[in-house]
Design a protein around this ligand. Structure first.
Ligand code: PEP
Ligand code: MN
Length: 359
């Protein structure tokens, strides 16, 4: 339910509505905008009206508050992620030493490049990749330390030793770091090292994990579940937002279809659709999205033109020897030649690309 307050209402009026909702077992989430205040009543669809207050239904009881202009059902179930109550873009600030300003903004005019190996394999591999992607202009270094693996015999990452290497690369190259967190228990440890927490496709609906990252203030990249609808994905984001963390980005990384020539089917239409439906930044991962190095460049450019706010790209100094995702990893030189093309594609949609200082 969405309660629109009258322009003349004051803080005491808002507080009394919040207290009333609280007494009915509902959570009111006030949003104070330039045009006035709306209160989003956060509960399962239909719950508010089914729930009785002392004066009849909640809707009837709300009719008794003179400060309310109107109360109506929300049109979508993901109220916090929706543009309905939050028309302006969410812009997420990430401190980054290697840009002149000392920070980048994701969801603003700049498109932000996050690049690096799928998985941290060794100090040499990580440092070589970090140096190359930073030289090409990337500002955020990616690299998995805790890795999901379809097979229990596959490489599952270096764990904390991998996080330490990421921290070392961050210190040396001045980039911010994004890395995956897989369990609620690991959140404090990973948050100690990472600037951005990544929730992988397999965990998009791990609600305990979503709750836990929602209790931090760290920016979160929420990857699309490999069989998730857009609505399920936005509801997963809602879990994080509901816990109080507003810094959520949605990452399109392809979905599973009947097609076997690509690892996943990258849903480029999800990018502009999400930008319509939600105020959250949207980023694209053409590496997992296609599984093919030769398709990473065209799908990166397509994502930019479709309105993506950032790209997550796998790069490896020697993809043939990569322990994970070699076939979809760009060689360092390929990533370097991608950057100027991304800048050109950005021009088409009136955007710029955040660039590291040496680039
Ligand atoms: C990855 O980024 O390396 C990864 C495992 O991503 P996803 O969860 O999208 O498969
Ligand atoms: Mn990968």
């Amino acid at each position: 339910m969405i309660i629109t307050m009258k322009p003349s209402c004051n803080e005491t009026d808002i507080e009394s509505i919040l207290t009333f909702l609280d007494d009915c077992g509902l959570k009111g989430h006030p949003l104070r905008g330039v045009e006035g205040t709306v209160i989003s009543v956060l509960q399962a669809a239909g719950f508010a009206d089914a729930c009785k207050s002392a004066n009849g239904t909640i809707s009837e009881a709300l009719g008794g508050f003179a400060s309310i202009a109107r109360a109506e059902s929300a049109s979508v179930p993901y109220q916090l992620a929706s543009r309905e109550l939050h028309p302006e873009n969410t812009v997420i600030e990430v401190p980054v030493v290697c840009v002149a300003e000392g920070r980048v903004h994701i969801g603003g005019k700049d498109i932000v490049l996050m690049a690096g190996p799928c998985t941290v394999e060794s100090e040499k591999q990580l440092m070589q990749t970090a140096e190359a992607v930073r030289k090409a202009g990337a500002v955020i270094l990616r690299g998995g330390a805790f890795k999901p693996s379809t097979s229990p015999y596959g490489f599952r990452g270096m764990g904390e030793a991998g996080l330490k290497l990421l921290a070392k690369a961050r210190a040396e190259f001045g980039m911010a770091v994004i890395t995956e967190v897989m369990t609620p228990n690991d959140v404090p440890l990973v948050a100690e090292y990472a600037d951005i927490l990544q929730i992988g496709t397999r965990n998009m609906q791990n609600y305990m994990l979503l709750d836990e990252v929602g209790r931090t203030e760290k920016p979160v990249v929420l990857k699309r579940g490999m069989s998730a609808t857009i609505e399920e994905w936005l509801l997963a984001a809602e879990y994080i937002l509901l816990q109080g963390n507003p810094n959520v980005m949605l990452c399109e990384r392809g979905v599973r279809t009947f097609e076997k020539m690509t690892r996943n089917t990258m849903d480029i239409s999800a990018v502009p659709l999400l930008k319509q439906l939600s105020h959250l930044p949207v980023i694209s991962d053409p590496s997992q999205g296609t599984g093919r190095r030769d398709l990473v460049m065209p799908m990166s450019l397509a994502s930019v033109v479709a309105g993506t706010d950032g790209l997550l790209i796998e790069v490896h100094p020697n993809p043939e020897e990569a322990l994970k995702d070699g076939p979809q990893s760009l060689q360092c030189e390929q990533f370097q030649s991608l950057m100027p093309r991304i800048e050109l594609a950005a021009l088409i949609v009136g955007r710029t690309v955040a660039m590291s200082e040496t680039a």
